[in-house]
Structure formats: C-alpha cells, structure tokens
Design a protein around this ligand. Structure first.
Ligand code: G
Ligand code: G
Ligand code: MN
Ligand code: NA
Length: 259
C-alpha cells in the first residue's frame, strides 16, 4: 500500500542513500571503516529509516533493487572518502538481505567495485544468520566467491541468533560483530546482567580471535563501555559515542574543514 508506493517512487528517483557510521580502532581510536546504513530520502516525507520499509521490501521482492542502489551509493561515497589524506585503506561494510544472495551477486560486486575504483579489500559484506539459516549450498557458494574475490564477510548481530557458532566452520567469516544488546547493559544498574554480558563478550572475543576473525562491538554509547571493550581486547568499536550514521557529504565536509 502506502509504503510500497513510497518504495517504487524511491527506486525510480534514486532516493535511497547509504549513510555512514564510523568503525574505530579500539587502541588508536582511528576510523578504520564505515557501516553503510540505508535511508530513504523521500521527496515529501523526509528521511525514512529502514525499519519502516525493509520488511515490506523483502516481502514484495524490491529489496534486490534497493540493495543495488545502496551498494552503488556506498561504493561511490567510499571512493570520495578514500581520496582524503590517510583514508586510502578505509572500508565500507554493506548490509545484505538473504534475498540478495543470487548467482549474479559476486559479478555485480566485482564490476561495481571496479567502476568506482574500490579494491575488493575495501568492501565488507555484512550478513546475519538469516542468510545462513537453511545452509543453502547455493548461498555458501556465493559467499565463497565473494570471499575469494577479496571482500571480507562480517557476521552481524553475533550471539543473538539460534546457532551462530556452527556457521563459523561452514562460512568464510572474517569479522564478527558483537550485538549491541551485550554492550547496552554495561554501566546500567543491572549489575548481574552487565557482569554476565561482560563474560559473554570476553568469550565471544576469544572464540573469534581463535578463528582469526576481527571483532567489532556495536552500540557503544558511553566511555565506560568503551573502556571495558578496550580491556577485553576487542579490535574495533562502533556506536553513538563516536558518531551516529551520517549523510556522507556532511561527513566529508567536516573531515576536510577540521584539519
Ligand atoms: O540504521 P538503523 O539505522 O535504523 O538500521 C536498522 C536495521 O536495518 C538494521 O538491522 C540494519 O542492519 C538494517 N539495514 C540498514 N541498512 C541496510 C541495508 O542497506 N540493507 C539491508 N538489507 N538492511 C539494512
Ligand atoms: O542490525 P545492524 O547492526 O545492522 O544495525 C545497526 C543499528 O543500530 C542501526 O539502526 C544503527 O543506526 C543503530 N545504532 C548504531 N549505533 C548505535 C548506538 O550506539 N546505540 C543505539 N541504540 N543504536 C545504534
Ligand atoms: Mn549491520
Ligand atoms: Na548488529
């Protein structure tokens, strides 16, 4: 209905934008890369967050076309950021829906990366376990091809699903993103929950490192949470403490005027 109309209008007018949220190195606090978070800049309604339309786009099958616009916008924006001093190795992590894993995806990624002058190592493909749920050999082959090409695979929302651990042996995962729910309790008055989540994050970090994966903690909002993650030896952090997802031209303007 209403939202379907918004989506088709947005597709026609290229209203989908990838906003960038920095992912920072826990030791140096330098930005290593960005997660691309989709927004729909509606001609009349303003900026719409994906919560309003992703489920509908998945049901109606438009998510593939939306995903293509987001991938292109993310690569184009990363190309601009890469030109700034010291940013030539920055990466962008793009979220992919299960429905996007069709046989044409690896070739599309390769051709769009080359079109925008992005090296494969500068693209991270973020998946959730929804992508892996049925252990579809076709999907695994596609992930293998993307990994072989040189892009990294990140497992998002880690620790919240049904059997996240078993995927680590079957899929070429390079990055594990600790879900924000673990970080959120740190520093609240729920001391026992916080203590248990601290131990869980410590264990996830150890497993991930044993599997040669980089660990990113999400949803970091306070200095206290950040310090704890530093002490746990987590590699990178992402969250409002550093920045909200930003419209990339604004981000670039600030990066070029603040130096
Ligand atoms: O950006 P938040 O800002 O509101 O994102 C909400 C949810 O939407 C998150 O679970 C996120 O993974 C998902 N999401 C954000 N951008 C994209 C995208 O480009 N593609 C897909 N499939 N999901 C996205
Ligand atoms: O599911 P996924 O991890 O892809 O989506 C990340 C979601 O979390 C996005 O909606 C993003 O805007 C949001 N987010 C990013 N950083 C923070 C944070 O520090 N706190 C909260 N509450 N949400 C965040
Ligand atoms: Mn994500
Ligand atoms: Na997440």
């Amino acid at each position: 209905a209403e939202i379907e109309k918004d989506i088709s209008e947005a597709l026609e007018n290229s209203w989908f934008e990838a906003h960038f949220q920095p992912i920072v190195d826990v030791e140096t606090q330098e930005t290593r890369g960005y997660e691309a978070l989709m927004r729909l800049r509606h001609g009349k309604k303003g900026l719409l967050a994906p919560a309003n339309f992703i489920a509908v786009a998945e049901e109606t099958g438009t998510i593939g076309l939306i995903g293509n616009q987001i991938l292109d916008d993310a690569l184009k924006n990363l190309a601009s950021i890469s030109k700034l001093p010291g940013m030539q190795n920055a990466y962008v992590a793009v979220n992919f829906s299960p429905l996007q894993f069709e046989p044409g995806l690896p070739i599309r990624i390769a051709s769009q990366a080359s079109r925008f002058g992005i090296r494969p190592s500068q693209l991270v493909v973020e998946i959730t376990e929804a992508v892996l749920l049925h252990d579809n050999p076709e999907v695994r082959k596609i992930l293998d091809q993307i990994h072989e090409f040189g892009c990294r695979i990140a497992l998002d929302d880690f620790g919240t699903g049904y059997s996240s651990l078993s995927y680590l042996s079957r899929v070429p995962v390079d990055i594990i993103k600790i879900d924000q729910s673990f970080v959120r309790s740190i520093g609240t008055d729920q001391a026992i929950v916080a203590q248990k989540n601290r131990m869980l994050m410590e264990s996830i970090n150890a497993i991930a490192h044993k599997m040669n994966c980089t660990v990113i903690a999400e949803g970091v909002e306070t200095t206290e949470q950040f310090k704890l993650l530093q002490s746990l030896g987590v590699d990178c952090a992402q969250g409002y403490l550093f920045s909200k997802p930003r419209f990339v031209p604004d981000l670039i303007r600030e990066m070029t005027t603040s130096r």
